[in-house]
Design a protein around this ligand. Structure first.
Ligand code: AMP
Ligand code: MG
Length: 355
């Protein structure tokens, strides 16, 4: 049982008129050390005043987040960066000019005053300017940078609707601003600019191809491609934890189309034989698996950005269907497909079949 119960305020906001009183009220909650979930263009975030260590500590408590996993700080203007980072190098300026506001998080050396609970004691801090009118207005009216991880229980699929936030955090946070579904659907790309060459620590809405076009050489961390963590000291602490997992175990099947479809049908058949209910995660331009199990479609395979937008809703849908096992079809790791596959590999927790 969670230690206390708060009446979580549900606040509907109109993204076309984000200057509404509702957001002013939410800004006040943040200034007083409370927690507010809010929409961004990636997923819903759970915000706290980044300058208030006690408020940020409450994020960890509400989510059940491991204390060594640092939190991204969200800003509404570049002037807020001066209190957060030591300086903004040229490469960071170029990225900000090109991709901010947008789904790109940049890791830079942290300024002295940043609370340790935000950085998990690291010498660096992750910063981002979200591309969502409600998020930007909330940060503006709060008047402080806002520390915000995804607004889900740790380990669960991230929330892309306010209803997902309430499923996980109702009673644990002061308020949720409902601004409709998050557009991108997967979290921001995280790029580390504190090493010799820029390194992508987490794939997301901005693709390696886009970053490469901007910066020249960009390295993709090996843990990103593996979708798992193998080593003592990951460069991004979040890498070592299970993530995005629905209740039922998920098996990811990758390889060429027809072989994958055949394998999924065989596996579904074997599971059904032993009395298990099978869920199948697939795409609208893929095979028809309706005879093999409970099908959930997460966008079009040929347009990975549509899969990103529907992925977390699809994973949560399997919880509602109450299946015992999920068979998920892999995607090509191109463009946003790299981020989708990274999340699916993590949700699979190592259960990956290559055919
Ligand atoms: P989320 O919990 O979805 O907001 O994800 C934040 C991600 O950024 C996690 O994987 C964190 O480990 C990572 N992160 C945040 N701050 C840092 C940092 N200073 N250095 C490396 N990774 C970071
Ligand atoms: Mg998260």
């Amino acid at each position: 049982m969670f230690a206390y119960h708060i009446n979580t305020r549900y606040i509907k906001v109109d993204q076309n008129h984000p200057e509404a009183d509702a957001i002013a009220g939410a800004g006040l909650i943040l200034r007083r050390g409370g927690l507010v979930a809010f929409p961004t263009e990636t997923v819903y975030g759970l915000g706290a005043d980044a300058t208030n260590a006690r408020a940020v500590a409450r994020i960890f408590e509400a989510k059940g987040r491991p204390p060594d996993n640092p939190i991204i700080v969200h800003v509404a203007s570049r002037s807020q960066l001066s209190a957060l980072v030591v300086g903004v190098p040229t490469a960071a300026k170029i990225l900000m000019d090109t991709f901010w506001p947008g789904p790109l998080t940049i890791i830079l050396p942290a300024a002295k005053g940043v609370p340790e609970v935000v950085t998990a004691g690291l010498a660096t801090v992750a910063v981002r300017m979200p591309d969502h009118p409600v998020a930007l207005e909330l940060i503006k009216v709060a008047g402080v940078p806002v520390a915000a991880p995804s607004a889900n229980l740790s380990g669960k699929p991230s929330p892309t609707h306010a209803a997902h936030v309430l499923q996980d955090l109702d009673g644990r946070i002061e308020a949720v601003l409902d601004g409709g579904p998050a557009g991108v659907g997967v979290e921001s790309t995280v790029i580390d600019l504190t090493a010799e060459a820029p390194v992508i620590l987490r794939p997301g809405g901005i693709t390696p191809e886009e970053l490469g076009a901007c910066l020249g050489e960009v390295i993709i961390d090996s843990d990103v491609l593996a979708g798992s963590y193998d080593g003592d000291s990951p460069r991004s602490p979040g890498m070592k934890y299970t993530h995005y997992a629905p209740r039922a175990p998920l098996l990811l099947v990758t390889g060429n189309g027809p072989a994958v479809a055949l394998k999924i049908r065989q596996l579904a058949c074997a599971e059904k034989c032993v009395g298990r209910r099978v869920g199948i995660l697939t795409y609208s331009d893929s095979s028809d698996f309706s005879a093999a199990g409970e099908v959930v479609v997460a966008g079009r395979r040929e347009r990975p950005e549509t899969v990103a937008a529907g992925l977390y809703s699809a994973l949560r849908r399997f919880n509602e269907l109450g299946v015992d096992v999920i068979l998920a079809e892999g995607l090509e790791e191109k463009g946003v497909g790299l981020a989708v596959m990274n999340r699916l590999k993590k949700a699979a927790g190592g259960r990956i079949i290559q055919v």
